[in-house]
Design a protein around this ligand. Structure first.
Ligand SMILES: [Zn+2]
Length: 191
């Protein structure tokens, strides 16, 4: 910044003598005193930063320019993708919502860019059940298995009824196994 001119003296004009220094205006008037040089540099840096970054309001406008139907479609696409990662496929969602698989597929991929509120509500309110192969938390299943053990069921009983995989100390288990244990637990605790 002003370092290149170090050593040189810039006498203040007569007009500037009586006003407080350290402003950009005085610098532009020709004052090169330390406070005015600093004020000018600070302002210039601030202006450069402002120009380099997109104003936050522009980002907001970019979002608001999207219509509600488009915004809904984007939300639905994310939701469908999350369900896919959780093991819930389009066939199942299609069965639950009576929306065609083709349409759901277009929504999930983002190729269908608009969706009505009625359709998105149908998708969000569908009581999604997990695909049997999906992994879910094993906590409840493990607790149920412990109870079954205290009731007298042995490891080989468990292996016979549910499979050896549930004895592994994993945090997640297949929906299929969780459902089997839950069914078994319900049966023996109900009586
Ligand atoms: Zn000055």
């Amino acid at each position: 910044m002003g370092a290149g001119r170090s050593g040189r003296e810039y006498p203040s004009s007569a007009r500037n003598r009586r006003v407080a220094h350290g402003t950009r205006t005085l610098y532009r008037d020709g004052c090169r005193c330390q406070p005015c040089r600093l004020a000018f540099a600070r302002d210039r840096n601030a202006r450069r930063q402002r120009d380099a970054l997109p104003a936050p309001i522009d980002a907001v406008r970019a979002v608001l320019r999207i219509s509600p139907a488009e915004l809904r479609a984007q939300g639905v696409a994310l939701y469908l993708e999350e369900l896919r990662l959780a093991g819930v496929g389009l066939r199942r969602i299609s069965l639950l919502t009576s929306i065609s698989r083709r349409r759901l597929s277009l929504l999930r991929s983002g190729r269908l860019t608009r969706v009505t509120g009625r359709t998105s509500a149908r998708i969000y309110t569908a009581r999604v059940t997990f695909a049997r192969g999906a992994l879910v938390s094993a906590r409840r299943m493990r607790r149920q298995l412990r109870t079954l053990r205290t009731m007298g069921y042995t490891r080989s009983d468990i292996i016979r009824r549910v499979g050896a995989s549930v004895l592994r100390r994993r945090r997640r288990a297949r929906v299929k196994s969780v459902l089997k244990v839950a069914q078994w637990y319900d049966d023996v605790t109900r009586t």
